[in-house]
Design a protein around this ligand. Structure first.
Ligand code: ARG
Length: 257
């Protein structure tokens, strides 16, 4: 009898130890919580506001993250960090997923796995209204601004042009407004937002120079358990028009200000 009790205690301790390590009973590695990382400097996808859909965070991506949590009975936590740090934090396990208007590029696919894409974008050029820039080639002898680590930076780099990189979109746009640079290369919907917010700017598109890009959610390589949940939710939201409605809603809000 005594022996049995001792054995049971030991067995129970062992089970408990394993449970602590793997968070038994939970849906994810950290129990019933999904921790996303974002960089909330990218309206209309993510920005900080007084009363957002996820605490201080609002935007298309934040509304999508909220629904992914609801669909899977998981609590959603959002961590704010620099865009450059997101994939490192994901690989470190500091966050479970990245939702940040992030383009699923081949280079990034080498280190993380991406969900089903949920939005198609392209790079555009923001210029002053009286600018003579009409195509990407016209940037050759101009002062170009990009945002550090964004696909726009990679595009300009690949074109072989010199440029200055800023930490935030707003900083690059201020540089343009103040006449210190001639063009900002940035994702279309975000560029639209900045043009709406600042007088005297316009957007120039060049579909032959900038390929279309697809935004997707990133998870750690091989985390199929979480990826399957995210994909099921995204596919549902694409099929029933939720994502489309969110895009319309937040784009209108962004330009109405
Ligand atoms: N789509 C671009 C990229 O993947 C820019 C994304 C910026 N997102 C952000 N939340 N700051 O590089």
């Amino acid at each position: 009898m005594k022996k049995t009790t001792k054995f049971l205690t030991m067995a129970l301790t062992a089970v408990l130890a394993v449970c602590t390590l793997t968070a038994c009973g939970g849906d994810s590695a950290k129990g019933n919580v999904i921790t996303f990382g974002t960089n909330p400097e990218f309206p209309p996808f993510e920005y900080v506001t007084s009363n957002g859909v996820l605490g201080e965070f609002d935007g298309i991506d934040m509304a999508i993250a909220q629904r992914i949590g609801a669909d899977n009975g998981m609590e959603v936590k959002m961590e704010s960090m620099e865009f450059d740090s997101l994939l490192v934090a994901l690989q470190n396990g500091q966050i479970d997923a990245v939702i940040a208007g992030m383009t699923a590029t081949d280079e990034r696919k080498e280190t993380v796995d991406f969900s089903t894409p949920y939005y198609t974008a392209t790079q555009v050029m923001i210029v002053k209204e009286d600018s003579d820039i009409a195509t990407a080639a016209d940037m050759a002898d101009k002062k170009i601004c990009v945002i550090q680590g964004y696909t726009g930076e990679v595009c300009v780099q690949d074109m072989g042009y010199t440029y200055e990189a800023f930490k935030k979109g707003t900083e690059a746009v201020m540089e343009l407004v103040n006449g210190k640079c001639d063009v900002v290369v940035l994702d279309s919907a975000t560029a639209q937002k900045y043009v709406g917010d600042n007088e005297g700017l316009k957007i120039v598109e060049d579909a032959s120079a900038f390929e279309s890009e697809e935004y997707a959610i990133a998870v750690q390589k091989g985390n199929t358990e979480l990826l399957d949940k995210i994909n099921a939710s995204i596919e549902k939201m694409l099929a029933d028009g939720t994502i489309n409605d969110l895009a319309v809603k937040y784009t209108e809000e962004a330009t109405a200000e």
